[in-house]
Design a protein around this ligand. Structure first.
Ligand code: TXA
Ligand code: MG
Length: 316
């Protein structure tokens, strides 16, 4: 990247300001994880509840070990999948307890850590003397951004600098895995599926009923109501299609993957929803997406996006 642009962002972060950074999953809203004022500004900019902790981004596994206690299982996963769309929730080290701003973990004694796979952001993380707390760069509960053009103007009023890294290649947020000793549990589905992680670790996950804090709420929501698993459309509907057999008659149709490929679907999901949400439709109709592999992570997001506001307060 242009060295002036990189430097401007680094200076902004060092002064406690917020910077939008690209990752392979979604764009993040980054702040110095060791600076309590910067973290307070980050929660305020997103309108994020204080009970929903943040992921801390580091340049490599060695840096992650300063902040999180690694078991053998944690090492195995980090060795195999970092940099990449995997977040590990680990016990905090003494150094983390002393230096990470308490609001980052929302009072938990675990810390979520990840090494993102994006050259620009890795360059920034290597240059900085502190790790970066970064939630997705959207207003709380709204659609995640996978391009700079998706960033909400209200959020941008709080941002000092944007690093534009182009469209995010993976398109959905990292898989979150909690590590308890050498046991593990998936708290949020993502590109790395539970099936793939089980095959890799050769041990099944704890049968967890837990999800990541904040994840049970309405989330990833477009402004229009969303109807899932339907192929019935009318002229006032926007259609989020999947596969080759697409019903006719919608006001606008976006096909996530004509050939029915789930990775392509994940990569296009938020961009397609941002586009459809601009249309003067009554609702967004989503065709069925297989509940297998990465489809689990895609459907998890669609289900939360389709929750009504009434349901949200009932669950909060
Ligand atoms: O791909 C990603 O993970 C993106 C990019 C920017 O890295 N980030 C992201 O952050 O999705 P956010 O804030 O939208 O989601 C973070 C999730 C939240 O659901 C939060 O509850 C969970 O991580 N989390 C953070 N710290 C945790 C902890 N100590 N224990 C359990 N869950 C935690
Ligand atoms: Mg988010």
């Amino acid at each position: 990247m242009d060295p002036v642009c990189l430097k401007e962002g680094l200076l902004a972060l060092q002064s406690g300001a917020l910077v939008v950074m690209p990752t392979e999953t979604v764009y993040g809203l980054a702040a110095d994880a060791t600076n309590p004022q910067a973290i307070a500004a980050l929660y305020a900019a997103k309108g994020r509840p204080a009970s929903n902790p943040l992921i801390v981004h580091v340049a490599d596994q060695a840096s992650a070990q300063r902040w999180g206690g690694f078991s053998e299982t944690a090492h195995k996963l980090a060795d195999a999948f970092w940099p990449g769309p995997l977040t590990l929730v680990l016990p905090m080290t003494a150094e983390a307890k002393a230096h990470i701003a308490p609001a980052v973990t929302a009072g938990h004694d675990t810390l979520a850590l990840r090494v993102p796979h994006h050259p620009l952001t890795l360059q920034a993380l290597r240059a900085l003397p502190f790790p970066l707390a970064a939630p997705s760069a959207n207003l709380s509960n709204q659609l995640s951004p996978t391009r700079v053009s998706h960033l909400h103007h209200q959020l941008l009023t709080h941002v000092a600098h944007i690093w534009d890294g182009g469209p995010c290649i993976q398109g959905i947020e990292s898989t979150i895995v909690q590590i308890i000793g050498n046991n593990w549990a998936v708290l949020r589905h993502g590109i790395f599926t539970e099936e793939a992680l089980t095959a890799f670790l050769k041990t099944p996950p704890l049968s967890a009923t837990a999800t990541a804090p904040g994840q049970s709420l309405r989330h990833y929501a477009p402004h229009h109501p969303m109807i899932l698993n339907s192929t019935k459309v009318g002229p006032e509907d926007a259609l989020l299609a999947f596969g080759p057999h697409v019903p006719a008659g919608a006001m606008i149709t976006k096909n996530l993957s004509l050939r029915g490929n789930l990775h392509e679907t994940a990569a296009r999901l938020f961009d397609a929803l941002h586009t459809l949400d601009q249309w003067p439709c009554h609702r967004i109709v989503v065709m069925p997406i297989p509940e297998s592999g990465v489809g689990l992570a895609i459907n998890e997001r669609l289900k939360k996006g389709a929750m009504t506001r009434g349901h949200e307060s009932a669950m909060a």
